[in-house]
Write a protein that binds this ligand. Sequence first.
Ligand code: PBG
Length: 329
Amino acid sequence: MDLVFRPRRLRRNGPIRGLVRETELAPRQLIYPIFVAEGNRVREEINTMPGQFRLSVDEVVRECEVLYEMGIGAVNLFGYSEEKDELATKSYDSSGLVQRCIREIKKKIPDLCVQTDVALDPYTTHGHDGLVIDGEIVNDETVGVLCKMALSHAEAGADWIAPSDMMDGRVGAIRDALDEQGLHHVGILAYSAKYASCFYGPFRGALKSAPKKGDKKTYQMDPANSREALREVSLDLDEGADVVMVKPALAYLDVIARVRSEFDAPVAAYNVSGEYAMVMAAAEKGWVDRDMAMMEMLHSIRRAGADMILTYFAKDAAKRLKSDYGSFS
Ligand code: PBG
């Protein structure tokens, strides 16, 4: 055949494919979510998320040392609280679980970027991210509590606060609260476009945080919308967000790409629990290759435009990347 262009020329072998590969994945771009539990030497596997654990503070610190050695970009802490009440009072206790955990990590590994989830659901009896008054998830009253929670994390040494609650105006309010206390250096990673997704199911199993009544559709976004995501991102940036996030990642790659092209701020994406659990379940059945699925998915999220990815695969992907950039060679 008389062809000028033969694209296959650039796919002839691993090194050639390596030269023209467009997207790089590195451990420094990965953020590992960790579930913190009370106790000592606790390492309890989460049955909805095989390979993930609820860890006591001492175990979290050990884990963080390994992650830091591996070059993982950051950890993101979630509290597994058994002490729940209507007003989420444990969420902002300066000697609470997450607050203690931050201090212990910072004592041992001061340079590891520690991020913390800010939302009330692990601490409320009803399982909503905000306060509930007369059956309604109230916005402004919730923001007051979120500010207290964020401050308690920042005072304990958190590098970035990550509000995942989707209340209106919380980024600006948290920024003000931090600045008033001189905590100008603490960043805000805003869950800006967080959808009301079924893919959080395994996570809610892990934290026993599923809402007792109703759903989260009055605050999390409608999966059918993408212009609204741009509006949410724009509001959060105006309020002072340092990094904006799209969540979940895989069913929303188009949203990641749009946010990337319309804004110049760093973009994060959350490869959530349901996305992890689907791969693990299919791999267990022998239907997909776990590592290949993991690498393909993480590359798709980077290709869509995310600078950093929260993922339960962080450690496994980092290991794989170290071995031989084995992903697609
Ligand atoms: C809590 C929160 C959730 C996730 C992160 N923060 C669950 C929810 O909003 O119901 C989900 C993470 C995951 O599924 O991996 N506000």
